[in-house]
Design a protein around this ligand. Structure first.
Ligand code: URA
Length: 191
């Protein structure tokens, strides 16, 4: 199969058997949104509802994510793409193991090569530590920006963490407002 088109990439990913999560998943969660988007959001991995529906961020934390996205004029299926570090649910929602991340990362890299986003927003510590830096300190560094090869990277608190600790919601909201500013600065067809 030719891996050069978005659709063939998706088909190959949906058939992936590269790690043990393949045997416990219900569905692979490839991602959702507009593959021509300038802004890519990356979460950690599917939870139970995502595993059942085959779509990222459809549970409670996804509903909260949608509120923040809507507040800054973004929407899945409109002007962003949403993917995860691992495409299959770790049993019991445990953190993905290093070997699972390693096995899965080539899919995200290929998604990145197709989308060629101008901005990447990491949702939570795991995504930030995989994508930005292994020692990324999410509570200290969220909302900061760094540029690498013409792509702007930032991270914000994971919506599931905000559900556990609602006092941090204003911090995340500030990060989303900063995302809107960065989009205005570097994107040309998001708004
Ligand atoms: N949490 C994530 O990190 N990703 C999802 O898709 C759902 C919940």
């Amino acid at each position: 199969m030719d891996g050069n088109t978005w659709e063939s990439l998706r088909e190959q990913c949906l058939a992936c058997q590269k790690c043990a999560l393949a045997s416990t998943r219900t569905q692979v969660v490839f991602g959702t949104g507009n593959p021509a988007a300038e802004v890519l959001f990356v979460g950690e991995g599917p939870g139970q509802q995502e595993d059942e529906q085959g779509l990222p961020f459809v549970g409670r934390s996804g509903k909260l994510l949608d509120v923040y996205l809507d507040a800054i004029g973004l929407g899945r299926d409109k002007n962003i793409y949403i993917a995860n570090i691992v495409k299959c649910r770790p049993p019991g929602n445990r953190d993905p193991l290093p070997e699972e991340r390693e096995a899965c990362l080539p899919w995200l890299r290929k998604q990145f090569s197709h989308i060629r986003p101008k901005i990447i927003v990491c949702l939570g510590r795991i995504a930030a530590q995989v994508i930005i830096r292994p020692n990324y300190a999410i509570m200290k560094e969220h909302g900061q920006w760094e540029e690498k090869n013409g792509v702007w990277f930032t991270a914000t608190l994971h919506p599931a963490a905000l559900l556990r600790n609602p006092n941090n919601k204003p911090l995340a909201f500030e990060d989303f407002v900063a995302v809107r500013e960065k989009i205005r600065e570097v994107c040309d067809h998001t708004y």
